[in-house]
Design a protein around this ligand. Structure first.
Ligand code: ARG
Length: 483
């Protein structure tokens, strides 16, 4: 393309429709190709088209309520918006070069379809309050969807926990075997973390449930618009109180991206464990073929790629958060074009978390556990050391002394001086009752305190876990009713 020709053409003021900007009245020249290429956000903000149409419809109804549009004008713009929605839905909408973002594209098309009434759509509205409105509507729907998927993952963890019965494995600290824990207890531990993620998403949605529509470019309007009526029309809990804050606040995006980064970190921790559990060294779990990959060169391989990507992609989710925070830092009031950079990290984080949760849920739901290998690892004699010390405590010995007595037996045992059970049985302070604690499967039964890793505490935990799931579903349903 010959840029000089283009500029020559742009300067003569006769721009073809597709080169007309929303601000062409103030300009004699048209936009340069490099400006358009650099500033365009349409490729990614297209996904807000539903929200943009919903926002525009509410705005048009509001304009009619206050007498800025006649009922006929309102109806012809609403009809045009419906047609745009159909075109978007069927992918028949034709974008043109000057469609800088989804807001520009929809307004251009409405103007083509509705004639002069279309030209009134943007009355007392700016893309600044429009984009903030669209993005809040988008977040309400999408964050709720992420929450629903997380609940499904919590359910899959519970199902596997119930299936696992009283199977146990070593619990670890420092990745060194520490004390036996029920597999069900271990699986639910991840479910509780996801429960906090769900509640964080719900909090975020509640806090962002404020309509910015009517804030205009930054300062509101001299026209008698109705922001409160528009907020109600759009299903927001309230309207903004400060126009500058309304157009420049992206706390809600930062919060959402943080929530998603923390979900990503929880998924990464699950991923790391499954990489270990499915390794030859651990051999605790086997993946279903549908949730594992092979190697292009090594015929024997079965790889946990989902788990690895859950671990790997958490870095990108953290990057989305830190990048966005850096973008927001230091922006003066009110709208700055920098704010356009809020969308890609948000969209990417929602998409990546959604994909990860679905894949991990399937991986967990279809996996099988090698209970023998888990239990054999947990039955190592020295795993009973803490129970032996607690046996002495029950018989009156201060814990620090008990720790030393048992520690000495462990040292002798590890140095080849005999089986721990025999050493314990032969020690008058401990004896045969204590030696019984070293037998396979006994240790996990001893974990009886509230929230502990043994069967009785686990049964109570299952009840509170189920209560958490049902509370979550109620709250999510409530969110749906106001969205
Ligand atoms: N695409 C822009 C964004 O996402 C819309 C708002 C543009 N406003 C403006 N005054 N240039 O932020």
């Amino acid at each position: 393309m010959d840029l000089d020709d283009k500029n020559e053409f742009a300067r003569d003021g006769e721009l073809p429709a597709q080169a007309k900007t929303l601000w062409h009245g103030r300009f004699t020249g048209g936009p340069s190709e490099s400006l358009l290429a650099y500033t365009v956000s349409l490729p990614y903000d297209q996904r807000m088209w539903r929200d943009d149409i919903a926002g525009s419809k509410a705005h048009v109804r509001g304009l009619e309520r206050v007498g800025l549009l006649t009922a006929e004008e309102r109806d012809s713009v609403l009809t045009a918006l419906d047609q745009v929605a159909e075109e978007m839905d069927s992918s028949s909408f034709v974008f043109v070069d000057s469609d800088e973002d989804i807001h520009t594209a929809i307004e251009r098309r409405v103007t083509e379809l509705a004639g002069p009434a279309g030209g009134k759509l943007h009355t007392a509205r700016s893309r600044n309050d429009q984009v903030a409105t669209d993005l809040r509507l988008w977040c309400k729907r999408e964050l709720r969807d992420v929450a629903i998927r997380l609940v499904e993952m919590q359910e899959a963890l519970l199902e596997q926990a119930l299936e696992a019965g009283d199977a146990y494995l070593p619990g670890y600290t420092h990745l060194q075997r520490a004390q036996p824990v029920l597999l069900s207890h271990h699986l639910m531990a991840h479910g509780w973390a996801l429960g906090r993620d769900v509640s964080r998403l719900i909090d975020t949605v509640r806090r962002l449930d404020v309509s910015p529509l009517g804030a205009g470019a930054l300062a509101g309007s001299s026209l008698p618009i109705d922001p409160v009526g528009n907020a109600t029309d759009l299903g927001f809990a309230k309207a903004f109180d400060n126009s500058l804050d309304a157009v420049s606040d992206r706390d809600f995006v930062a919060e959402a991206v943080f929530d998603l980064a923390l979900i990503g970190i929880h998924l990464s921790r699950i991923g790391e464990e499954w990489v270990l559990w499915t390794s030859g060294e651990f051999g605790f779990a086997r993946l279903d073929d549908g949730y594992a990959t092979g190697s292009s060169m090594l015929p024997q391989k079965k790889n946990p790629d989902i788990a690895e990507l859950a671990r790997g992609k958490s870095g990108r989710l953290i990057g989305n958060l830190t990048g966005l925070l850096a973008t927001l830092k230091g922006l003066p009031m009110a709208y700055n074009r920098d704010l356009q950079e809020d969308k890609e990290p948000l969209f990417d984080s929602v998409e990546q978390v959604t994909l990860a949760v679905a894949a991990l849920t399937g991986m967990i739901a279809t996996a099988t556990f090698n209970v023998e290998a888990m239990q054999a690892a947990a039955d190592e004699e020295t795993m009973a050391a803490t129970d032996l010390a607690e046996y002495l405590v029950r018989h009156g010995m201060p814990f620090r002394d008990a720790h030393a007595v048992v520690g000495a037996h462990v040292q002798t045992c590890l140095a080849g001086g005999g089986a721990l059970a025999d050493l314990v049985a032969a020690d008058a302070r401990l004896g045969p009752d204590a030696a019984a604690l070293v037998q396979p499967g006994v240790g996990v039964q001893m974990r009886t305190s509230r929230g502990a890793a043994g069967p009785d505490a686990r049964d109570e935990q299952v009840e509170s876990y189920r209560a958490m799931l049902s509370d979550e579903m109620h709250v999510i349903r409530d969110l749906a009713s106001f969205g």
